[in-house]
Design a protein around this ligand. Structure first.
Ligand SMILES: O=P(O)(O)OC[C@H]1O[C@H](OP(=O)(O)OP(=O)(O)O)[C@H](O)[C@@H]1O
Ligand SMILES: O=c1cc[nH]c(=O)[nH]1
Ligand SMILES: [Mg+2]
Length: 208
């Protein structure tokens, strides 16, 4: 699994602001959305383009480049993944949205799946999973398996913060999935929270 930690000054600055004690939901949401937008720009760098002829502004034919072939479906993982959705859609406004719902059991840290509604042509699409946090990797592994079971062959993931333990778990299980990250953090604490991390991203985005 190629892992891309995007070391861009804007990304490093914005993820730092998200880590502050007492950060407001408004600021946390805005930063999550902006970072999702920046990560989308990086993650789509290798999409193929093809040349098309159109009528240009003078009325004569000109060649332009357009994204070729497989189209994208964005896959927010409920709840916290919704906090990245608008930032992604600003760059990919025509993408279909495939929603999956999983939460992590607080005691066992195992993912519990409770919802999925994915694009019916997902076997023809690139799936772009979005979730602010990759901690133990259980939620991401379960989501990738769910998408593969539905025929999806090309999967990318965008995360704001990841723990090395979770990256290894997903790398081992799904070496074909590319992961784009704003930050690889230090470790997990005894409750499975990422350190230094962001705290509970879902609670901060939804104000719960
Ligand atoms: O890598 P893992 O150890 O599986 O943990 C990561 C998951 O935990 C968080 O979701 P949470 O369970 O808090 O649900 P929420 O989005 O509803 O808050 C986070 O948004 C990820 O989905
Ligand atoms: O640090 C973490 C780990 C899992 N989920 C979160 O929201 N934060
Ligand atoms: Mg949560």
């Amino acid at each position: 699994m190629p892992v891309h930690e995007i070391k861009h000054p804007l990304i490093q600055h914005k993820i730092g602001l998200m880590r502050a004690y007492g950060v407001s939901s408004k600021d946390f949401r805005e930063l999550a959305s902006e970072l999702a937008n920046l990560l989308t720009y990086e993650a789509t760098r290798d999409l193929h383009v093809e040349t098309k002829s159109i009528k240009g502004w003078t009325g004569t034919p000109i060649n332009i480049e357009q994204i070729k072939g497989k189209k994208i479906t964005v896959v927010p993982i409920l709840r916290a993944g919704l906090g990245m959705l608008d930032g992604v859609l600003k760059l990919l406004p025509n993408a279909k949205i495939s929603v999956v719902g999983l939460y992590r059991d607080e005691e066992t840290l195992q993912p519990v799946a409770y919802f999925d509604k994915v694009a019916n042509d997902i076997d023809q699409r690139i799936a772009l999973i979005i979730d602010p946090m990759l901690a133990t990797g259980g939620t991401l592994n379960a989501t990738i398996s769910l998408l593969k079971d539905k025929g999806c062959k090309h999967i990318l993931g965008l995360f704001l913060v990841a723990a090395p333990e979770g990256i290894k778990t997903v790398t081992d299980a799904h070496p074909d999935v590319d992961i784009y990250l704003a930050s690889v953090d230090d470790c997990l604490d005894e409750k499975g929270y990422i350190l230094p991390g962001l705290g509970d991203a879902g609670d901060k985005i939804f104000g719960t």
